[in-house]
Write a protein that binds this ligand. Sequence first.
Ligand code: NAP
Length: 273
Amino acid sequence: MNRTRARYAVVGNPIGQSKSPLIHSLFAQQTGEAIAYEALLATAEGFEGLVGEFFREGGSGLNVTVPFKQAAWALCRQLTPNAARSKAVNTLYRSEGELAGANTDGVGLVRDLRDNLGVGIGGRRVLLLGAGGAVRGVVPALEEEAPAAMTVWNRTRERAVELARDFAGSLTAASMEELRGQQFDLIVNGTSSSLQGGLPEVDAAWLASGCCCYDMVYGDEDTAFVRWARENGAAVAADGLGMLVEQAAESFRIWRGVAPDTASVIRRLRGDH
Ligand code: NAP
């Protein structure tokens, strides 16, 4: 049967290495949803025009990745509560004729931690490294899990301070000096330093007994942060592949009303299907 397929895409820069087209095509096969999903490269000047054109030409939904999540937030006429709070959008669609935005990164991280890795967040001390679009996007979903405390450190301190101001009452910005002597149950690396094979500033003394270290970055090999965590006795050391698949599944559910199975897709991407 030749059905017209609904059009979806991921927009970013760079975009060549994105696994989103593969993940969404696996979801489509699994659920029988008739979709086409491609990767689109945008420039800073061209992003808004590309989004407008995509939806005018009948596109059904876009994922947005580095570095356009805050630009996507600014374009939306409707926002889910988490997207409004985080000021970052990774999922676009049309609702009542208007451009609408959601942020599924936080749900993705929480589901990977809680459901796939068995790591609880409620009552735990959480340290977030980085204050870019990714960390911004996950704070509301982490907040909902009611951690005991959430602290953010960023190389450029003003960005951490600004983020903590946006989440006053549940997030505190700290300098390296202020982090000395503190311990955490969950440390999330939301910096892109692993992409260059490096580590942000880290201190093994931060790891409480049973600590989970989670790198939002993923790769074919362990990231530097995952290696560091293992070498320093983390109880769980995980990369961000599970988060990637879980955030994609939540976007797919928003667009199609069907929740795909993620475990089989994570196994397939890890190469152990
Ligand atoms: P972004 O907005 O460009 O922010 C980058 C962050 O990394 C900033 O906090 C930046 O600090 C910090 N940083 C970069 N290089 C560093 C270094 N050498 N040392 C210390 N800090 C450094 O990017 P983003 O959107 O937040 O994404 C961050 C990472 O998360 C990316 O690698 C992305 O691929 C990954 N991510 C993964 C998923 C997933 O599903 N697994 C989802 C979203 C994002 P400054 O402010 O000082 O520049």
